[in-house]
Design a protein around this ligand. Structure first.
Ligand SMILES: [Mg+2]
Length: 110
């Protein structure tokens, strides 16, 4: 399967736009490692820096890739998305429900 994950307050806790001090959520990092290890495709999308244009995205995506590496989060790609208040998608599940679903499959939800 191909999984598309948001970053802030999905795989890490982030206060506002303080991206540099985001803290990884260990349960989500473990889940993503397991999915990656099982051969699934892992993409990330983020609204970080979206309003700042291509130059801002270049800097923010570099910092975000560094964070993902430091947190030990394997992935196949990182993409920009428009910042939004509500994301509507026919294949979407929110981060809390995702953790509950995975919990049913053997991982304890936080
Ligand atoms: Mg988010």
């Amino acid at each position: 399967m191909t999984f598309l994950f948001d970053i802030d307050n999905t795989i890490c806790t982030t206060q506002g736009t303080d991206y540099a001090n985001a803290k990884p959520i260990p349960e989500m990092v473990d889940i993503i490692r397991d999915l990656y290890g099982a051969g699934h495709t892992i993409y990330f999308i983020t609204g970080r820096g979206f309003m700042g244009g291509p130059r801002r995205w270049q800097a923010v995506s570099k910092m975000t890739r560094k964070q993902l590496d430091e947190w030990g989060v394997p992935h196949h790609g990182l993409y920009s998305k428009p910042a939004c208040e509500l994301f509507v998608d026919d294949k979407a599940v929110n981060a809390t429900d995702f953790r509950l679903i995975v919990g049913l499959l053997g991982k304890e939800p936080a």
